[in-house]
Every structure is written in structure tokens, then in C-alpha cells.
Design a protein around this ligand. Sequence first.
Ligand SMILES: Cc1cc2nc3c(=O)[nH]c(=O)nc-3n(C[C@H](O)[C@H](O)[C@H](O)COP(=O)(O)O)c2cc1C
Ligand code: SF4
Ligand code: SF4
Length: 279
Amino acid sequence: MKQIQIDYYTGTGGSKLVAEMIAEKLKNNDISVVVNRIIRDKIEGVKENTADYYVLVFPIHSFNAPKPIYEWVNHLKGNHCKAAVIAVSGGGDVMSNTASRHKTVKLLKKSGFNVIYEAMVRMPNNWMKVPNKEKCISILSKLPNKIEEISQDLISEKRGRQVIYWIDYLISALGELEKRVTHKFGSRIKVLDTCTGCGLCSKNCCSSNISMENQLPTDLHSKPTFGNRCDMCLGCVYNCPQKALQPTYGAFQIDKNGYNLRQMCSVQYEIDLNRIKST
Ligand SMILES: Cc1cc2nc3c(=O)[nH]c(=O)nc-3n(C[C@H](O)[C@H](O)[C@H](O)COP(=O)(O)O)c2cc1C
Ligand code: SF4
Ligand code: SF4
């Protein structure tokens, strides 16, 4: 294998960490790796795949891939390249998550890829209820071994596909309904006065949904303005250094104690913090 392309989508940094840890393992095995973050603005510019092996990493959102993954894959040209789909989730390999890669695999095949491998990586859950500190550390402590296992599977071009039962398809199909309302989550986020206009939320929004604008001529600095393309990754709300973003639609999905992967990793010595400095 000469070159692997790893494309990842992330909201709160977990999938980025997984993608970069795999990339590092592969590089240590003398494989050339290109890592690329999926953001909506880049979709139109997606180029024909030239790698020998294509790897797609994304978080599970309501038992499925986030919407930009489908759009991204639709723009790809696989040229019969071997491919792997790696999902990152709070629940791991539980029944409700098993069909989460199904639609993505189908679309990858349609775009000309030969999908030979699927895997799931468990990360601390960022949705509704974040696990307590001990649980997060326990989950993160298993990460290096899981990354090693997946990397070796990719290197040996191991074949492994998920068996899916009808109930999993059903749960996954119901989860897809969520995509109809995610735009409301973003468009109804309230910006509090504590916002300093640093622009971090706008820079990191994976769906290119936040622009920095001066709302009043008297404003000292610009403030985030939300469009209608939110995919509810929760990144902007959790990562704002001032905690200045307050959801008013679907607010139950946010844990009031916050979600800071960088902080969680700082107690897990095996993980290099520099990798998750920014998402
Ligand atoms: C809107 C939303 C829906 C989610 N749905 C699921 C789910 O169905 N199953 C699950 O195990 N985790 C679910 N999660 C948790 C994420 O998959 C998990 O925390 C993941 O590590 C986030 O990755 P990221 O940090 O790359 O964004 C959901 C997260 C969000 C934001
Ligand atoms: S909402 Fe937060 S991240 Fe966004 S510009 Fe304001 S302070 Fe920065
Ligand atoms: S607006 Fe916020 S929650 Fe929505 S996609 Fe962008 S960063 Fe994620």
C-alpha cells in the first residue's frame, strides 16, 4: 500500500483525534498518509480519489452519519479504490448503532469504492449526558489499543463488514428524521454578551454555518450569526471559551457541565494533547 487518504468530520474533536492517531500509526509503518477535515465549504472542490486506500471517519449522530458525510461521499469518485468506514460514538458497538454506517457504505459503493472494512471507536459521549470523569478516563484509556487494532487491520487490508438486523435498520431510519430539524438548532442559538468576538466558533464550524458580523454600528466587535445549515455537531456550543452560546431549540441535548475532550485527555497520559488543540 503506497498511500492512504483519511477524511474525517468532527464536531467536538473525537473523530479528529481518532483520524490523527490512526494516521500516526500508519506513518510509523512507512505508509504515506493524507489527512483531511470535511467541511461543507470544501464539498464542491472534492477531487477524484488517487489514494490506494480511502478511510472515512465520522461521529454517529442519531444512529447515522451526519448529513455532510452523505454530501461529501456523493461528490467523491472512488475509481474502485478499497475503502474503510470508521464510526466514532458515545455508545460504541451497541445494537442501536450497528446500522449507523450502512447508508454511508451504500453511497461509497455508488461513488465507485470497494468498501472492505468497518469499525467502531468508542469515545466519551457528547450528546445529552456526558459521562462522569472516571468513565471518560476509562473510555479514553482503551483508545490506544483500539487504534492499534484498526491500524493493523488497515495495513493488512483485512476484510470485515457489519452484520445488520432489521431492527437496527429501523432505528437507523428513524434517526434520519433528526436531519430535518438540525438547522433549527443552529439558527436559534442565542449569543450572550460575554462573547468576545474571537471568531473561534465560526472558524471551526464543520458546516460553514457561522459568519462573524457587526450587528450594530455601535458594536465594539463582530458577533457570530447563524445560518440555516447547522448539522448539530454541538462543537460551537461546547468549545466557546466564554460559554457565550446558548441553544434555545433542542437545548436538552447539551450537558450543562460542558464537554471538553482536551481536558479529559489531559488526564490520559498516552494521548498527545497537541493533536486536539483545535477542532
Ligand atoms: C446530535 C448527536 C447525536 C448523537 N447520536 C449518537 C448515537 O446515536 N449513538 C451514539 O453512540 N452516540 C451518539 N452521539 C455521540 C457522538 O457520536 C460521540 O460523542 C462522538 O464521539 C462525537 O464525535 P466528535 O467529537 O468527532 O464530534 C451523538 C452526538 C450528537 C452531537
Ligand atoms: S461565541 Fe464564543 S467562540 Fe464564538 S466568537 Fe463569541 S466568544 Fe468566540
Ligand atoms: S452551528 Fe454549531 S452546532 Fe451547528 S454545525 Fe456549526 S458548529 Fe456545529
